[in-house]
Design a protein around this ligand. Structure first.
Ligand code: NAD
Length: 509
């Protein structure tokens, strides 16, 4: 089955991983061996970008920008509309490849491609709505307004856990804004990126889009570092760990470039005394074990009211016993593998730290073995009773380890929820209006996303997505996130016969 999909998506045994949109470069960088965490099989090799290849791509993108920025935004939107159609046609194949290369469930693989289709639709509409404000001038016979212009090259550095959607959140908006994109996908999931490039290629050709508008540079951390340091790249959108974001943010900041950072989360759900516990259970279990705990929005902490703590943790433990762990391409399974053995080691290390710091496990973890788990990347989702202040609880472990803790007053629960370095997603489960509104108020959650009676995991593309504190402060996708891809210009036009100065200043000659 996988061979058919690879063929459909133009993935061969050896793949060129550098493209300017229309053409593929004979890349001279290191070779990546792409393998699957599902069965440990080698899938294909990828030739990545050398520094020289990278410079060729950037020069091509710079030239493309000079032409692309002149295309009317709705015409650029029409190209994005056709990309959405191409993604619809390839949804099944691309969703399966994402699932096989990254290890998320097939439904989530399809869901990720659906997110790409949704952002295309959103961007098409937006291409007719890029707007600025008008202001009243203090001077007679003057008009003042602002307009938004494209920036140039948007560098996109993406993480392994959303191998394709994060690129599309950035690229579709950047393109309708008139920017060109250079994408460096995760070195752990290069094939999904190459497949996207093939899908888009025909649309670019058919519309005579300038070569260089949609570029791909596969590579490792070095390639990301080239983008961060490159003054030819005015905007760097980087998704990944807080460690990576601090490095990228400081390099881009030192050259006074712009960065859009989407980093780690440490997301909590508050389960109040007035929560609908059955509904809460679904949100908590899906949030904690979905994508094997490898979402930036995965639920990592449950802050549970003392009056329902026993009942709810028992329900949770029972639900965990029913989880089916196995091949994510089999739709009967709930939990697939971690991305690689390094991730398994980090999971095991965190379990040891939980124990050393005083935590106790309500549901034990462990690595699964046997034929069905031959890749060595399948682990058991586990639940530990902890204190919020433990160093390990303050840290994002990218694995299905769920921490539970008790509270007695809602203010205390909100303080615990906020008392971590990260600020991505948060939720409260309650039927009590006062508690819900307090959670959403300025004295409530300090996260970029705050939900009521919905878990922390996943988001619709219509809202701005991102988080505060060590999550980086960036916003992508919906609402007015498009502004990050443009520069604002204030224009004042004098249509009078005088030249009055602002603030009443006189300058007589
Ligand atoms: P990672 O930080 O290891 O790598 C992410 C990307 O950054 C990769 O492409 C990598 O090559 C590149 N990179 C690494 N170091 C770099 C450097 N110094 N300079 C430039 N580029 C560099 O992250 P990962 O393991 O792929 O992904 C998991 C992390 O991503 C988690 O922390 C997760 O929370 C986060 N994430 C956040 C969001 C969000 O929207 N907030 C979304 C998805 C993932």
């Amino acid at each position: 089955m996988i061979q058919d999909i690879l063929q459909q998506l133009h993935i061969g045994n050896v793949n060129r991983g550098v493209s300017t949109g229309i053409n593929w470069l004979d890349a001279k960088g290191a070779v990546i061996d792409a393998s699957s965490p599902v069965d440990g099989q080698h899938i294909a090799t990828v030739k990545t970008a050398s520094r020289e290849d990278y410079d060729t791509v950037i020069a091509t993108a710079q030239a493309a920008f000079r032409e692309w920025r002149l295309w009317p935004a709705p015409r650029r939107g029409e190209v994005v509309r056709q990309i959405g159609e191409a993604l619809r046609q390839n949804k099944e194949a691309l969703g399966k490849l994402v699932s096989y290369e990254m290890g998320k469930s097939l439904q989530e693989g399809y869901g990720e491609v659906q997110e790409m289709i949704d952002i295309c639709d959103f961007a098409v509409g937006l291409s007719r709505q890029l707007h600025g404000l008008t202001m009243h001038s203090e001077r007679p016979g003057h008009r003042m307004y602002e307009q938004w212009h494209p920036l140039g090259i948007t560098g996109i550095i993406s993480a392994f856990n959303f191998p394709v959607a994060v690129w599309s959140w950035n690229a579709m908006l950047a393109w309708i804004c008139g920017d060109v994109c250079v994408w460096k996908p995760s070195e752990k999931t290069p094939l999904s990126a190459i497949a996207c490039q093939h899908i888009v290629q025909d649309v670019l050709k058919a519309n005579k889009v300038p070569e260089g508008v949609c570029c791909l540079v596969t590579g490792g951390r070095d390639t990301g570092e080239w983008i961060a340091a490159d003054t030819r790249v005015p905007l760097v959108s980087a998704t990944g760990s807080t460690r990576m974001g601090k490095a990228v943010g400081s390099v881009v900041g030192a050259r006074l470039g712009r960065s859009l950072l989407e980093l780690g989360g440490n997301n909590a759900i508050i389960i109040t005394a007035d929560a609908d516990l059955n509904m809460s259970l679904i949100g908590c279990v899906f949030g904690a074990v979905g994508t094997a705990g490898q979402r930036c929005t995965s639920t990592r902490r449950l802050i549970i009211h003392e009056s329902v703590y026993e009942t709810f943790t028992k329900k949770l433990a029972k639900a965990y016993q029913q989880l089916r762990i196995g091949n994510p391409l089999d739709e009967h399974n709930h939990v697939g593998p971690l991305i690689d053995k390094d991730a398994v080691n980090l999971y095991l290390d965190s379990i040891e730290k939980v124990k050393a710091q005083g935590g106790s496990f309500l549901v034990e973890g462990g690595v699964l073995s046997g034929d069905a788990y031959s890749s060595g990347c399948y682990v058991k989702p586990c639940i530990a009773a902890v204190e919020n202040a433990y160093p390990i609880v303050q840290h994002e472990t990218f694995a299905p380890i769920l921490y539970v803790m008790k509270y007695s007053r809602i203010e205390e629960a909100i303080a615990m929820q906020n008392n971590v370095p990260q600020g991505l997603s948060s939720a409260i489960m309650t039927l009590n209006l006062r508690e819900a509104e307090l959670f959403l108020s300025q004295a409530g959650s300090d996260c970029g996303i705050a939900n009521v009676n919905i878990g922390t995991s996943g988001a619709e593309i219509g809202g701005a997505f991102g988080g505060e504190k060590e999550t980086g402060g960036g916003r992508e996708s919906g609402s007015d996130a498009w502004r990050a891809y443009m520069r604002r210009q204030t224009n004042t036009i004098n249509y009078s016969t005088h030249l009055p100065l602002a603030q009443g200043i006189k300058f007589d000659l």
